[in-house]
Design a binder for this molecule. Structure first.
Ligand code: DX5
Ligand code: ZN
Length: 214
């Protein structure tokens, strides 16, 4: 079954800890936390001052998605919150293998993110050291954008590389995911989806989450 990670970017930040409790009670699998630095992407979000109460309220593991220039700096900021995953962009990192080793040493599962233009072959020789690869299906920076459908073919290509190099590595897709495209993602071999506006835009979080757990 596909695992669902609601992106709290679309939550009501004036009522954040209750929102976290609500998605956990509604049966989400992970909590996706989007961290943006205003440099790698043209938006800024949250740091440890806000993510600390999120981690306290959460009864599901955190999945932190870094959209930043300086990955090492942000990993050091968030490591004490013990997220299950930290993902970082291949496009912002000159030494991705070193960052993977650092995350592993901290007891955090390493994941790498690919922007829509980046081919899966770019990370072929990192797959054996990764727990997850995140394919962006929108340009990173904002919630509520339209799904870029070329990610489906990319997921299939990535799945072939994963089967060859490390079958335990998960494929995650982030951006514009909803109940209309979930089945083509499932068929392409996707294991985990992020959903922001689709989950938080639904009056019933449980119904929305269950509709993606196919
Ligand atoms: C975009 C973020 C996503 C975003 C997804 O930069 O990485 O996690 O919040 O939001 P939706 O599901 O609304 O596209
Ligand atoms: Zn994200």
């Amino acid at each position: 079954m596909i695992l669902v990670a609601p992106s709290i970017l679309s939550a009501d930040f004036g009522n954040l800890t209750n929102e976290i409790k609500a998605i956990c009670d509604a049966g989400c699998d992970l909590i996706h936390v989007d961290v943006m630095d205003g440099h790698f992407v043209p938006n800024m979000t949250i740091g440890p001052v806000v993510v600390t109460p999120v981690a306290k309220a959460a009864t599901k593991p955190l999945d932190i998605h870094l959209m930043v220039e300086d990955n090492n700096f942000f990993i050091d900021l968030f490591a004490s919150l013990k997220p299950m995953y930290i993902s970082f962009h291949i496009e912002s990192e000159r030494h991705p293998h070193r960052v993977i080793q650092k995350l592993r040493a901290l007891g955090i599962k390493p994941a790498i993110v690919l922007n829509p233009h980046t081919p899966p072959e770019a990370i072929e020789y990192l797959i054996e050291d990764l727990d997850m690869v995140l394919l962006m299906s929108v340009n990173p920076g904002f919630g509520g954008q339209k799904f870029i459908s070329s990610v489906v073919e990319k997921a299939k290509k990535l799945k072939e590389l994963i089967n060859k190099r490390n079958p335990n590595c998960l494929i995650q897709v982030d951006g514009g995911v909803n109940d209309k495209n979930i089945h083509i993602l499932k068929d392409a071999g996707v294991d985990v989806v992020v959903a922001g506006s689709y989950v938080f835009g639904n009056d019933n979080y449980s119904t929305a989450i269950k509709s993606l757990q196919v």
